[in-house]
Write a protein that binds this ligand. Sequence first.
Ligand SMILES: Cc1cc2nc3c(=O)[nH]c(=O)nc-3n(C[C@H](O)[C@H](O)[C@H](O)COP(=O)(O)OP(=O)(O)OC[C@H]3O[C@@H](n4cnc5c(N)ncnc54)[C@H](O)[C@@H]3O)c2cc1C
Length: 478
Amino acid sequence: MNYDVTIIGGGVIGCAIARELARYRLGVILLEKECEVGFGTSKSNSGIIHAGHHSATDTLKGRLEWAGNQKWDSLCAALGFGFERIGELTVAFTPEERATLERLLTSGRAKGVSGLEIWEPARLRREEPNLSHDIIAALHAPTAGVVNPYEACFTLIESARANGVHVAVDYRVEVLSRGEDGWTVKGTGPDVASRFVVNAAGIFADKVAAMAGVGTFRIHPRKGEEYLLDKRLRGFVKRIIFPLPTATSKGILVIPTFDGTLMVGPTAHETEDRSDITTTLPGSDEVFESVRRVVPGISERDCIAEFAGLRAAAEGEDFIIGPTAAKGFINVAGIQSPGLTAAPAIAEMVAEILADEGMDMVARDDFVPAVPPHVRFATLPLDEQVRLAGDDPRYGRIVCRCEHISERETVDAIHRGAHTLDGIKFRTRAGMGRCQGGFCSWRCMELLARERGVPITEITKRGGGSWVIRRREDGEKP
Ligand SMILES: Cc1cc2nc3c(=O)[nH]c(=O)nc-3n(C[C@H](O)[C@H](O)[C@H](O)COP(=O)(O)OP(=O)(O)OC[C@H]3O[C@@H](n4cnc5c(N)ncnc54)[C@H](O)[C@@H]3O)c2cc1C
């Protein structure tokens, strides 16, 4: 298989790059080791489109955070994933902390971040009555938003595919070799040849760079635990609430997610284990103690689900984006927070790098930016729901009772690429509610088996060996 560009890694960065390159007359393939795109760090984060003022202006992170922030409205308009600018508040408890807010305000304004202002206690009480009354001021940033990050990945890749990008999942890249004409990529699928290789392998980007002979940096993963709260708390806090940032983290936050669930977290602890996505009791204690100081009414008793993600931190703490000593091998590494925010700007930067490195970037005149809109049945007015169910009875059959997800939406998700329980969950929200899949998992499995024409024993939670049921052996007792 011969291509112009091979992208290694199908997180939000690889998917955004794939869609950006789909604008040009190029042969592009994306290789992802998991069974679906977006199953790495890109689905295990806080889902915040950061306001733009967090990272220092003299860093790549700082520049790309604000540039990326401004691209999410048009991306959402084309792709239809969940995204809303709900704004954020960084809170101060002491006069010293208030002075830090003033510094953040000044540096944010210098960067061009719009709408920043300090709110005094009276305004805070009016706008966010459930915040601690010990808070003496807050920096309001209306440019911050929340996004469903997995939906962003799925729709970015759907758009890239529709515009000619090839995608190979369950493809782990194991060997890279350079010949006269470019690179040969070998792994758990057919060999791939391409002129350029873009390394967007997240927490494994250092390993992939080493395969290309340019292992000049090391990723030291930093784990973040997050806790999702029951929808009973919907509206308890309307904006994303930040404490003051530390040197390595933006702190433990309260996040009203796009779908209305409150989320609290993340922690920030170094780990050597790149497979460690466990949550822990000390992590939970740290999160809830920290959050209660800011929003006293939040309790661990409201927690319905928890997860952890690994930030791909590199030495120096900045993004590493650019060509390397290995001709045609481009790193997009060290993409820790605010990598999600910056993703669309990173994708444009990679296209510019490819042009600088000699790739002939001819724009396609038949690029289709939008994907077909998704129906979100639960959010529609009743008369519209009745009309849809009249047209297609599958809208009238509810698969997930907690989130009100219909059979038709589930089937659509399968036809758009979901082939695991998590693939359905992250596309539709079936299984994300209070019962965490207790009711709908079996129904989703039946639909997966039916629509894919495979035995139900083949259905997995998230690919690999994550089977949910197995066939009873002959003679085995129930
Ligand atoms: C707890 C937490 C909270 C965060 N919150 C935010 C936030 O609110 N806002 C924000 O802007 N950022 C946030 N971030 C950062 C953000 O999630 C990341 O910057 C972003 O998801 C990185 O995307 P990626 O594509 O580089 O990595 P990934 O999503 O990890 O993608 C890399 C992909 O490469 C694949 N891969 C690796 N090795 C190989 C190989 N050999 N062959 C084939 N494929 C391979 C992996 O399977 C993976 O899918 C947070 C991060 C964490 C951990």
